[in-house]
Design a protein around this ligand. Structure first.
Ligand code: OAD
Ligand code: ZN
Length: 246
């Protein structure tokens, strides 16, 4: 792919780079996105599963839905897009990943400085005493597991609809976005707030905004550069470009 000169110049001078990622970056690992043709929310309604009231009403059903998603994620591996981001860490002073994904694939790829805005599907906690449990510490049955300390229900450590993003994580992510020289927006519809404010904040503070998506999105008209294609292909091409001048 031939990149435009503005972008290449930015790649040459940038010190701080942020990747704001969504479900699309994991699509090539075989993890379904939420809103596409095959998207998870086409088959399941978020209001019935991804919120606290639904969990209290039917913890076993919600638990079963997360077990289904955990299985997909555990069988998946980071793809060339995740790995290219890790490699780019060698060429810039500061590379951060601000992700809406809960699939752990950035961590498993080896990225440092990962800000998980919506939690992590492998982590869980007791709704009564807040004791933390990794999924592999829990016995998998058809029922929602109970806390070994207090008997409370254990829920996935995921930010559900109607719940806030933990303040410390969001503030740190905002600061990274504001201080970035380039902000890549990768594989996200960028419509779920407050997470979706990250690209706007970055641009307002002077970052060069680059979108990578298989199709135009609601933010395509105001980004600096829109690259249409698969992130597992375009990110390695950007890495190759960076390497060509180092
Ligand atoms: P979406 O499912 O809304 O969007 C996925 C985006 O990825 C779409 O814009 C696709 O066009 C794009 N895409 C698909 N395959 C791609 C590929 N190979 N390369 C590049 N782009 C690709 O997912 P998110 O934007 O992540 O919240 O959704 C945001 C939040 O909504 C999620 O974090 C989740 C959901 O409700 C929680 O779980 C709290
Ligand atoms: Zn407990």
């Amino acid at each position: 792919m031939k990149f435009n000169q503005d972008f290449i110049d930015k790649l040459k001078t940038a010190k701080s780079v942020v990747f704001f990622t969504g479900a699309g970056i994991s699509a090539e690992s075989g993890v379904p996105t939420f809103r596409g043709k095959e998207g998870l929310w086409k088959k399941f309604k978020p209001q019935e599963l991804a919120n606290f009231d639904a969990f209290i009403r039917n913890p076993d059903l919600v638990w079963e839905w997360y077990q289904y998603r955990r299985k997909i994620v555990e069988e998946a591996n980071p793809n060339p897009g995740h790995l290219a981001i890790v490699e780019m860490g060698k060429y810039f002073e500061d590379v951060s990943v601000i992700t809406q994904n809960v699939d752990d694939l950035h961590n498993r790829a080896g990225s440092k400085n990962v800000y998980e805005l919506h939690g992590n599907i492998e982590r869980n906690y007791c709704i009564d005493c807040e004791a933390i449990y990794n999924t592999n510490e829990l016995e998998v049955t058809g029922k929602a597991p109970r806390c070994k300390k207090c008997g409370g229900l254990i829920r996935p450590d995921i930010v559900w609809f109607g719940e806030p993003i933990p303040q410390s994580i969001f503030s740190a992510a905002e600061l990274k976005a504001k201080n970035s020289d380039i902000c890549f927006v990768v594989g996200t519809t960028a419509i779920i707030y407050p997470a979706a404010s990250i690209p706007r904040l970055a641009k307002e503070d002077g970052a060069y905004l680059v979108e990578i998506n298989i199709e135009p999105t609601e933010i395509s008209h105001w980004v600096d550069y829109s690259l249409i294609g698969k992130s597992g292909e375009i990110l390695p091409e950007i890495l190759a470009e960076i390497r060509s001048f180092h």
